[in-house]
Design a protein around this ligand. Structure first.
Ligand SMILES: [Ca+2]
Length: 359
């Protein structure tokens, strides 16, 4: 009896094994693996361009938004949570957890940006009250939980100051090795947008940024310098306004406000900072990346918050000899970032408009 059962069992195993092989072959042949959406978690300080980035993600089949966490930056934490909940409600996606995170940066006072983003952070556009409720988790705890739920599958897309990500990494460093990818909007290797040196997301919490860049993963850095060469202009806005829908009309109003503000400052269009980070997750061929080592300046009088790029991959090794130092070779530096050097702006803008128009 036991012998017969073993035969049946092994026959069944062979049949199952063949069946599994057939499934694997079919899946590979049809490219079904390639089509499975990328699981992403967006950490955001909404924010005009954040709203654009969120709705781009929610309308892109390449991505599955597992959660949204809110960090203070463009607006304070309470306003940011309200904005994020209204945006997911507009997209009819109350299934996505939205959690409030940190209330302030790690080591300095919050600097909000209503000057650029309007009184409520969303160009003064009043969205209907949200049908969605906030997730009860603390944002960094939700980040940790989602990464453990889907090990090696989550792409983090932080598009605000890095406070929540730094808190998550500090509480549970094991998430670094379990994260598939991290694509930040932040930094610049050719001057800042806050002042001569610093980009706003890094400037708003340099200590957090330093923790994130030094955590042990390779950060894909979509900087403000490339965002400023990836701009939405009037012809794109006209195209967006050619079809109507609740999300499309909302984004058109934001884009109009944002463009008018940029034009007043002498620019021909508005920088698509945060949407380009989401675009990179959707289609990495939209950007050109270069590996290098990035340090975050946390002390400089004029350079606090600067992302200091080492393009050579080494520092000189200066050794004290009596009353002076001598260079004794170089100290190799491991790249900790893939820095965005350029974007295919027309292709990205077309993708953005196509995904939002008429929605
Ligand atoms: Ca942002």
């Amino acid at each position: 009896m036991h012998f017969l059962a073993t035969i049946r069992d092994s026959n069944m195993k062979r049949t199952l094994s063949k069946f599994t092989t057939v499934i694997v072959v079919v899946v590979i042949a049809t490219g079904a693996f390639a089509q499975s959406p990328k699981r992403v978690l967006i950490d955001t300080d909404p924010g005009v361009d954040d709203a654009m980035a969120l709705l781009l993600a929610l309308n892109s089949p390449e991505l599955k938004v597992e959660a949204i966490t809110v960090v203070p930056g463009n607006v304070d934490s309470a306003q940011g949570l309200e904005n994020a909940l209204k945006i997911v409600s507009l997209a009819k996606r109350c299934d996505i957890p939205v959690a409030r995170g940190a209330r302030h940066p790690l080591n300095q006072k919050l600097i909000t940006a209503q000057f650029w983003h309007g009184t409520n952070g969303l160009a003064g556009v009043e969205l209907p009250p949200s049908d969605c409720k906030p997730d009860p988790h603390f944002g960094p705890d939700l980040i940790i939980e989602i990464i453990h739920k889907y090990p090696h599958e989550i792409t983090l897309i932080p598009v605000g100051p890095l406070t929540n990500i730094a808190l998550a990494v500090s509480k549970d460093p094991s998430i670094v090795a379990l994260t598939k990818d991290i694509i930040i909007m932040g930094g610049s290797i050719t001057g800042g947008n806050v002042n001569g040196a610093a980009e706003a997301n890094i400037y708003n919490d340099p200590e957090a940024a330093s923790i994130v860049f030094n955590a042990g993963w390779t950060v894909t850095m979509i900087g403000s310098d490339v965002g400023e060469r990836t701009i939405i202009t009037r012809p794109y806005l006209n195209e967006l306004q050619s079809l109507h829908g609740p999300q499309s009309d909302f984004i058109a109003k934001l884009a109009d406000f944002y463009l008018t503000r940029s034009e007043k400052s002498g620019y021909e269009g508005a920088a698509m900072y945060d949407p380009l980070a989401v675009g990179t997750a959707i289609d990495p061929t939209l950007v050109t990346l270069k590996e290098m080592h990035i340090d975050v300046e946390t002390k400089g009088e004029f350079t606090r918050g600067e992302t200091v790029a080492n393009r050579m991959g080494s520092n000189e090794n200066n050794v004290l000899h009596g009353d002076h130092y001598e260079i004794e070779g170089v100290i190799e530096l491991k790249p900790n970032a893939k820095v965005c050097m350029a974007s295919d702006a027309p292709r990205f803008l077309k993708l953005f408009i196509d995904r939002i128009k008429g929605k």
